[in-house]
Ligand binder design. Structure first.
Ligand code: ATP
Ligand code: ATP
Ligand code: MG
Ligand code: MG
Ligand code: MG
Length: 270
């Protein structure tokens, strides 16, 4: 007993070194579902895009944004979400292990809590879990480059997955819009080989051949989901003016690469 008391302060000093996220920089916490390829198969996600699963992710992200005042914006697609904390955030003294673990575990528990709301009778067969990481971005420009990278990734992956679903014979392809007889019926390996090295233009053409206009597919699939605080705009009919009500957390499927959003919502990146 006496020995333990002697080494305790020593242990604290030498091993618990204080690692902090760079001050005055945007903090991005990105979480990503672990083994969601398997998770989505076990739970019969509709391929390439299961709307229930995306809405569940968005609902969890909205609750996270509501719970942490310092989060000013969130962007998500597939099984991932990026949460942006304001530059001067002092959440957990900017200690990365605490910031990352708290956001990741809260998101995970929300995912389980809300599962039934989106999947009804589909039983949750095993515990989903997410990994999380923190990255600092020193300027608005570099932060916007990060978001551009994620949205381009969303588009590229979605286009690839959409083509892949059209080419393979198994599974309800394209959320059931394509009839079985139109499918070329490739194996998964054949489809990957077929798509290898194809450019965007070729993929758009390929989809056209199967009667799919890529630009008409849901914005949520093509642009991903953005979550942020927004004012509700309502028209006061008596006075005939536009009024702003209290801010609330919204989800929208918008282009975050061009400047429109950031110009319309200058408060987000202040
Ligand atoms: P890791 O543990 O390395 O992240 P992973 O299996 O989760 O591996 P990801 O690259 O993160 O791989 O990809 C997530 C996968 O989850 C997608 O490829 C897709 O198969 C599936 N998935 C996620 N969300 C959806 C969705 N809404 N609809 C259909 N499939 C989805
Ligand atoms: P923080 O968010 O800073 O961790 P906290 O409220 O979780 O704040 P802790 O110092 O972690 O504070 O202490 C956990 C508290 O949770 C305990 O003080 C106690 O009140 C309660 N608690 C946890 N486990 C039990 C338990 N098994 N039985 C009764 N109370 C418990
Ligand atoms: Mg991962
Ligand atoms: Mg994953
Ligand atoms: Mg992923």
């Amino acid at each position: 007993e006496g020995d333990i008391c002697k080494i305790k302060p020593e242990l604290k000093r030498s091993f618990q070194f204080e690692n902090k996220l760079l001050p005055s920089t945007w903090i991005v916490i990105r979480i990503d579902g672990c083994h969601f390829h398997k998770f989505s198969e076990v739970h019969n996600f509709v391929k390439p895009n299961d709307t229930r699963a995306l809405n569940l992710m968005n609902s969890c992200a909205m609750a996270v944004v509501e719970a942490f005042n310092d989060i000013v914006f969130a962007y998500g697609m597939s099984d991932e979400y990026s949460f942006i904390l304001k530059k001067d955030s002092q959440l957990y003294g900017r200690r990365p292990s605490e910031v990352v673990s708290v956001i990741t575990s809260f998101f995970t528990s929300l995912y389980v809590m809300k599962w039934k709301e989106f999947f009804f009778l589909t039983k949750l067969e095993f515990s989903p879990y997410f990994d999380g990481r923190a990255i600092c971005y020193p300027s608005n420009k570099i932060l916007l480059d990060y978001l551009t990278w994620r949205q381009i990734d969303c588009k590229i992956n979605d286009m690839y997955n959409t083509c892949f679903s059209v080419l393979v014979k198994s599974g309800g392809c394209l959320n059931g819009t394509l009839t079985q007889d139109k499918k070329p019926g490739m194996t998964k390996t054949e489809a990957h080989k077929y798509l290898k090295g194809t450019q965007t233009r070729e993929k758009i053409k390929l989809l056209k051949r199967f009667g799919i206009d890529y630009s008409k597919l849901p914005l949520m699939f093509r642009l991903g989901s953005s979550v942020f605080w927004d004012e509700e705009r309502t028209t006061n009919k008596m006075k005939g003016v536009l009024e702003m009500s209290d801010k609330k957390v919204v989800v929208d499927y918008i282009n975050i690469i061009d400047k429109t959003l950031w110009n319309e919502h200058p408060h987000i990146l202040m």
